[in-house]
Design a protein around this ligand. Structure first.
Ligand SMILES: Cc1cc2nc3c(=O)[nH]c(=O)nc-3n(C[C@H](O)[C@H](O)[C@H](O)COP(=O)(O)O)c2cc1C
Length: 443
């Protein structure tokens, strides 16, 4: 079979677009509704997506002004704990992979490794973990640690965290059980191991109290785009998430990450590169573009700037709204995304107010507006020119734009032989064409 592309349904609130909830038929009350999330997951599964994914932050966004005034007034979405949400969705679906963000800066490896191993069992091997280091002081303030750790230190902690999680998942061998009702022997003591990990950040004896899970290790996703972030991803991740608005830059990123992967001694193809795309699918290009324009017009500039302040971990309320984004020397938040924002702002000569509106739209991810076949043309070009291995589809307004993609673009990709018509495997690793990791060899 020809090379197949992968699709993730990156779901956010009432849609990724900051003004999605203001559309006439949007229902912001759905943000806490189990029926709503189940229906979204079932739609993505009907579209044969590899996985669905929920991002996370561990604080309400209040970096803009460092108070609750603009940040609550112009809030665009609240968040349920996405890891808990996966538990609900595991029971509401049968094949689709289920991925969520969890922070290595504000969790403990034992607790998180145990939660993900549990979910991997409960979903029969469909779990993915988006490993993030977290970026802002609001998150630090909620976890007895302010300000947030500096960028390189966060990544150092993340490396040890993930190494330890892997050791915990491997602390049970694959075949540990005896289950002999006559002798009373339950499991082989030689097949379950202490770790005695003593590191820079953590001391953990182990073993885990959950047996090795169906995938061995849940699928590991990473989204760092800085040099350190890319190196980290190339050393441990199965999937890399990225924001790539430009084809040539995306191709360069694809090549660099793959070189880093090979330099780590890992096999080509063992790390899937997934840029985000926000699709507006219409019966005509004009209709799709009109819908996009309607949403863009409706973004409150302070809603966009609140999101941007949060992402940069930098209070933008101190600058003038009708002046350009000033030179900001050092930001402690999302560095790669900030670079994209700076480039956009300079290229198009935007004021801060205009920049807020633009960021609130796709948050620097690529926007496609067209018919199903035009959107499919674009995805096909990026995929065949090796700018990526697939896409995180970011529906701008929910549930409708996920339906539009599943009903229009997915069949188009299937007709072109680029995307599965049915699931051929059961686990997320199988959907992504990734091997199940062997249990780490023991000294
Ligand atoms: C698709 C995508 C999803 C992300 N999801 C989250 C998230 O849920 N929580 C979070 O704190 N950061 C998230 N990030 C940000 C990354 O974890 C990381 O901080 C960012 O890409 C900057 O990396 P860098 O510091 O290596 O430049 C996401 C990034 C991308 C591209």
């Amino acid at each position: 079979m020809s090379r197949q592309l992968h699709l993730g349904a990156f779901l956010m609130g009432i849609g990724h677009h900051a003004s999605a909830w203001r559309l006439p038929d949007a229902q912001p009350g759905n943000l806490t509704s189990p029926a709503y999330f189940k229906a979204l997951a079932q739609t993505a599964e009907r579209g044969k997506f590899d996985y669905l994914f929920f991002a996370d932050r561990l604080a309400l966004s209040d970096r803009f002004g460092d108070n609750l005034d603009a940040s609550v007034r112009y809030l665009t979405s609240s968040r349920l704990d996405p890891v808990a949400l996966l538990g609900l969705l595991a029971g509401a679906t049968s094949h689709i992979g289920l991925a969520a963000t969890a922070s290595t800066t504000f969790n403990h490896p034992f607790t998180l490794a145990r939660t993900f191993a549990t979910l991997d069992h409960l979903s029969e091997g469909r779990i993915g973990w988006n490993i993030v280091t977290s970026t802002n002081d609001g998150e630090a303030l909620n976890h007895s640690a302010e300000p947030i750790l500096e960028h390189e230190l966060r990544y150092r902690r993340a490396r040890e965290f993930v190494e330890l999680a892997i050791k915990l998942w491997d602390s049970w061998e694959d075949d540990p059980f005896i289950h002999d009702k006559v002798t009373g022997e339950f499991a082989h003591p030689k097949r379950v191991h202490y770790l005695n990990h003593a590191g820079e950040f953590f001391n953990v004896r182990g073993p885990l109290n959950v047996p090795r899970s169906p995938q061995g290790h849940p699928v590991l996703i990473q989204a760092g785009s800085s040099d350190t972030g890319q190196d980290f991803a190339a050393s441990v991740a199965d999937v890399i998430f990225t924001a790539q608005p430009d084809l040539q830059k995306a191709k360069a990123f694809y090549e660099t990450v793959n070189q880093r992967l090979l330099a780590q001694g890992r096999a080509a193809g063992s790390l899937k590169i997934m840029p985000g795309v926000m699709p507006f699918v219409g019966k005509s290009k004009d209709e799709a573009q009109a819908r996009f324009a309607e949403l863009e017009d409706n973004v409150h500039p302070l809603a966009g700037l609140a999101l941007l302040s949060d992402s940069m971990n930098h209070d933008l309320s101190v600058y003038l709204l009708d002046e350009p984004l000033p030179e900001v020397k050092e930001i402690r938040g999302n560095q790669s995304r900030f670079k994209l924002v700076q480039e956009l702002s300079q290229r198009e000569g935007l004021t801060l107010r205009q920049l807020g509106k633009r960021f609130g739209g796709s948050r620097s991810h690529r926007v496609l507006a067209g018919t199903a076949s035009e959107v499919a043309d674009d995805l096909e070009q990026w995929f065949t020119e090796r700018a990526c291995d697939g896409f995180n589809i970011m529906p701008p307004y929910l549930p409708q734009s996920l339906d539009d993609f599943v009903n229009g673009v997915v069949p188009e990709l299937q007709r072109r032989g680029l995307f599965r018509r049915e699931y051929s495997g059961r686990t997320l690793r199988e959907h992504l064409g990734l091997a199940r990791p062997a249990n780490a060899p023991r000294a």
